[in-house]
Design a protein around this ligand. Structure first.
Ligand code: MF3
Ligand code: CO
Length: 256
């Protein structure tokens, strides 16, 4: 069942969304050569605590991993796709790309968003990967309208990514979001005719999160049981926004 949110609930999700935006924006500004991903983690933890919110990922139990996720952020560098863990031993180098993903719970409601940024100057090839991934999310956001169906979102991401010669990661998907971090429906970045294709209705909120590899689509999870990497070692990009279906069209809760 897809839970639809009232206007009052959407206002609460808006507050969570804007906090997540503010955190990611600050972290993007902080990213510099030589810093460790744990410095980003510590800054995010402080901002979220100062805002009176609860970090959504820290303590989140994944049945697949069999453990609770230990951090506020996922920091996935280069060939890491998602769920990379902040570490004092991971220092950013010029030319790296880092996906920063975070979520909060505020007044009962979740917000969840991710960005991928370059460390200093990155190659044109990586710049294009980030640009196309971000574009695929923007094009999908425009499909979050009453009367459209879930597959309109999935197909839009897949088409734009594949037309540009990149690969869609299949093993991880977007999701509904509300009073839980993960609600129905799953939001894959590709069309699978075996899945359900519900009509989008006012009050639904979707976390759309394309994960795009420069090379082959296959992924694997490292022995830490969380970090997902591309099997071929190619760089991966990830952007995410929470988007509500409203009478006036898509409402991106995770940006101003
Ligand atoms: N944006 C990701 C998601 O919604 C991040 C989850 S990390 C976890 O699935 F630790 F919470 F699992
Ligand atoms: Co998410």
């Amino acid at each position: 069942m897809i839970i639809r949110k009232s206007p009052a609930e959407l206002e609460k999700m808006r507050k969570s969304g804007l906090l997540v935006h503010r955190v990611l924006n600050s972290l993007a500004d902080m990213v510099t050569e030589g810093m460790t991903t744990m410095e980003l983690e510590n800054a995010a933890a402080k901002m979220i605590a100062d805002a009176g919110a609860r970090p959504a990922f820290k303590g989140y139990f994944s049945a697949a991993a069999g453990t609770r996720y230990p951090y506020v952020l996922c920091t996935s560098v280069n060939e890491q796709i998602v769920h990379g863990m902040p570490s004092t031993r991971i220092a950013l180098k010029k030319g790296d790309v880092i996906s920063i993903d975070t979520g909060v719970q505020l007044d009962g409601y979740y917000g969840d968003s991710a960005i991928t940024v370059g460390v200093g100057e990155i190659t044109p090839s990586l710049g294009r990967l980030l640009e196309v991934t971000k574009q695929s999310l923007e094009m999908a956001i425009d499909k979050v309208r009453e009367g459209n169906r879930l597959f309109d979102i999935c197909a839009t991401v897949q088409k734009h990514v594949e037309e540009n010669g990149y690969s869609i990661v299949r093993e991880f998907v977007g999701h509904g979001i509300g009073t839980s971090l993960h609600e129905e429906p799953q939001v894959p970045n590709y069309v699978d005719r075996n899945n359900e294709n519900p009509r989008l209705k006012e009050g639904m909120v979707l976390a759309i999160e394309p994960m795009v590899n420069l090379g082959r689509p296959q992924s694997k999870v490292l022995s830490d049981r969380w970090t997902a990497v591309s099997q071929d070692g190619s760089v991966s990009a990830h952007f995410e926004h929470c988007v509500a279906v409203t009478k006036d069209g898509p409402w991106v809760l995770t940006r101003p």
